[in-house]
Design a protein around this ligand. Structure first.
Ligand SMILES: [Zn+2]
Length: 398
């Protein structure tokens, strides 16, 4: 009888080190002679990040129903878990659970089931602040008083010419900051205070804002004052087209600019690829913009593609390819973020700050051996996932 506690170690190890290329297509086929061979080969494939192959081999071994099938079930569950197929992963963990013999195995399986459930719940689209606004409330938020209303919270001081808007923004700012800290700072607390100024319209914004060379609904600034202390500031515009309240400042512009502000302070003078910086700012927004996923998929499939290697060197995007640049930047950042733990993603940023190129930073953060072909493999895996998501959206929209 194999010591069952031993088998968990390589599986858990494989989970921790092999995530980045988990979606890489794997066309190899292997003849499985015996279930035991199949399990070992599945584990080897798992450790090498060849997840499609690992799953196929493990399913075959599990279905063979021999002594080692419980190990194969665990591999199948782990692969599905890493691939974000949480419902199917939970089912596989449950089948593993039915074969568990020790309390520690049961505990492990139960914990994974809990994680799959909470991840699956997180995939359910939540209602954002702007979606909850009634027509009546939007009309009230469009009013501009003569008085400036000030609202403050733990991290923010909001000034707006509408009392309800000041209250709403200070609440949304805290929610957005918590999300940004999870994405960028691995959950660390943000120890600073930020001033948010809301200007009634574009003309007022341009007159007063200390940021955003080009108007885009908002901007951020990080400056040192005379005493050497930092002044953190975000400027927003209350009204959009037709003098109506622009609800995108709640879901999109405020979190986006705030993420840039947090990153500006984190990186200081160190360079960060613009694609990653913009990608994280888009990731911080309250809602996923499916048009970016569609555009990234279409670009990767067609002639407008910006190859990943080039995407990472772009410092300023030209207007003719700006939409593709933003779409691909979001796509690749979301891809990396979804396949690394918060700690690993933060570690990657720390390595970039010290001057590592992105591919090297990812490898270091994930403790995988250095591989000169890594960027190529990452590109292939990301493109495959981008196409898969695009196809998925197309099916949904049909
Ligand atoms: Zn931006």
């Amino acid at each position: 009888m194999v010591n069952r506690s031993i088998i968990l170690l390589p599986v858990l190890f494989a989970v921790s080190v092999a995530a980045v290329v988990l979606s890489a297509p794997d066309a190899d086929s292997v003849a499985v002679k015996k279930p035991a061979d199949g399990i070992q080969q599945a584990l080897d494939a798992f450790a090498a990040g060849r997840f499609n192959r690992a799953e196929r081999l493990a399913v075959e071994a599990a279905d063979a129903g021999t002594d080692g099938s419980w190990r194969a079930r665990l591999i199948v569950a782990s692969v599905r878990h890493r691939a974000g197929r949480y419902v199917r992963a939970e089912k596989s963990y449950r089948r593993f659970l039915s074969q568990c013999q020790s309390p520690s195995e049961r505990e492990y399986a139960m914990e994974q089931i809990r994680r799959c459930r909470s991840a699956a719940a997180g995939q359910v689209r939540t209602v954002s602040a702007s979606e909850m606004l009634t027509a009546d409330r939007r009309a009230k938020l469009s009013k501009v008083d003569n008085l400036i209303h000030i609202e403050s919270s733990e991290h923010f001081v909001v000034r707006a010419r509408n009392s309800d808007l000041a209250k709403l923004l200070v609440k949304q700012a805290e929610i957005a900051l918590a999300r940004i800290c999870r994405i960028v700072l691995a959950g660390q607390v943000y120890p600073h205070s930020v001033s948010i100024y809301v200007w009634p319209d574009v003309a007022e914004y341009r007159k007063h804002a200390r940021s955003a060379p080009e108007w885009s609904g908002g901007g951020f600034s990080l400056r040192q004052d005379k005493t050497g202390g930092f002044v953190r500031r975000i400027d927003l515009t209350q009204l959009g087209e037709g003098g109506k309240f622009d609800a995108s400042i709640l879901d999109r512009i405020l979190p986006h600019e705030m993420c840039h502000l947090v990153l500006a302070e984190f990186f200081g003078d160190a360079p960060c690829p613009l694609a990653l910086n913009e990608g994280m700012a888009m990731l911080a927004e309250a809602r996923v913009d499916n048009s970016r996923i569609t555009l990234a998929g279409a670009a990767v499939a067609g002639e407008k593609k910006i190859p990943l290697r080039r995407l990472l060197t772009i410092n300023r995007c030209k207007s003719d390819n700006a939409a593709v640049f933003y779409a691909e930047s979001f796509s690749v950042t979301a891809y990396l973020h979804g396949r690394m733990t918060p700690r690993q993603f933060h570690e990657m940023l720390v390595h970039i700050k010290t001057g590592c190129p992105l591919d090297e930073a990812v490898q270091r953060a994930m403790y995988v051996p250095r591989d000169d072909e890594f960027l190529k493999r990452l590109t292939k895996a990301w493109e495959a996932e981008t196409l898969r998501q695009w196809q998925f959206l197309k099916v949904l929209e049909e």
